[in-house]
Design a protein. Structure first.
Length: 345
């Protein structure tokens, strides 16, 4: 099992390195005017892209962010939104921000953890029992410090959106027990924590682009996938999946990031505007995700999905050593602080 875990982590890292070339291209598509004192010159557009649609809480929050920034800067700053993976998959969008090709994105913390590993700590299996405790942790000094590691990769975190608690869906067989996970061909994001969690539960995880997921499920490439309830409903994954198991195996925080090279060029008052708008968008996103998580289970039943509530204790026990697998890369101090914070909940 140890060898399997090590190979899984190393293979995902190797995949990313091959995919991205492990390089940071600095050819930016947007440059601010050098004369920042001239109001006539200080008008520019920021491109914000993500993988889900505008009906998803992520999209609706980004629309609020756009409106607030444009209103508070009187139109000097314009936010152009590109949803539905128009500019690439989650992994590609993060790379584009790193490489100065894209200005902003919002994606699962685990997707950023492929680069800055510590960001994945909030995705560890079965950490939180409710949204409020998860939000408290994401707003803590521990995460604020962890976020600093993204600076090395040309990214600054403005706020933390919420994607909900990840659940398993399947086509041909329901998941009621850990044994039902055995051999399941399951699509995951390129997220080391989620992949390791699925692996120790007995499934065969494989990363795959979200904007191509429905076709992959339709073609039989995967029998299963895992995502939060709002994503499952808003992206109509119920059209390709019959069973929904409420596993809540991983909390999915989503940093809203801006490329550092752009952030450092902004005036201080514009940074303040961006932070205020990002916090407003975060709060709206969290409200929507909680609301949809609570109400969309019934809607998924209406769409024909069979909803299952497994006994989660065996799942918790089976994944209890996942944190230890990553302890070497997280470091003893972070692990200690992390455990202490969880004990206070």
């Amino acid at each position: 099992m140890v060898c399997k875990k090590t190979l899984l982590i190393l293979s995902s890292l190797l995949f990313l390195c091959l995919f991205s070339g492990c390089s940071k291209n600095k050819n930016s598509q947007m440059v601010l005017p050098e004369d920042k004192t001239s109001e006539s010159n200080y008008h520019y557009t920021i491109r914000l892209a993500f993988s889900t649609n505008m009906e998803d809480p992520r999209g609706r929050a980004c629309q609020l962010f756009k409106e607030e920034v444009e209103k508070r800067t009187e139109g000097r700053i314009h936010i152009s939104i590109y949803p539905d993976g128009q500019l690439g998959s989650d992994s590609e969008l993060i790379q584009s921000v790193m490489n100065d090709v894209l200005d902003m994105t919002v994606s699962s913390a685990g997707n950023f953890a492929v680069y800055a590993t510590k960001l994945g700590i909030s995705a560890m299996p079965f950490l939180f029992s409710d949204f409020e405790s998860a939000w408290k942790f994401m707003d803590s000094s521990i995460i604020a410090e962890v976020n600093q590691s993204l600076g090395e990769y040309n990214m600054v975190v403005l706020s933390h959106y919420d994607n909900g608690f990840r659940c398993v869906t399947t086509t041909s067989r329901p998941v009621r027990t850990v044994a039902d996970m055995a051999g399941l061909q399951i699509r995951t994001p390129l997220n080391q924590i989620v992949m390791e969690t699925m692996s120790v539960l007995g499934a065969n995880p494989k990363p795959y682009s979200f904007n191509e997921l429905k076709e992959a499920l339709r073609s039989g490439l995967f029998d299963s996938q895992e995502n939060p309830i709002p994503v499952i409903y808003n992206s109509a994954l119920y059209e390709e999946q019959k069973y929904l198991s409420i596993t809540n195996h991983s909390y999915d925080a989503m940093p809203l990031v801006i490329r550092k090279s752009l952030w450092e060029q902004l005036r201080m008052e514009d940074r303040s505007v961006m932070l205020i708008a990002a916090k407003m968008a975060q709060n709206e996103n969290r409200r929507l995700v909680k609301e949809q998580t609570e109400s969309y289970v019934g809607k998924l039943k209406e769409k024909g999905m069979v909803v299952i509530y497994p006994d989660l204790e065996p799942f918790v026990k089976a994944t209890s050593n996942v944190l230890d697998t990553f302890s070497a890369v997280y470091g003893e101090e972070l692990i200690a602080n992390f455990r202490e914070a969880l004990e206070k909940e």
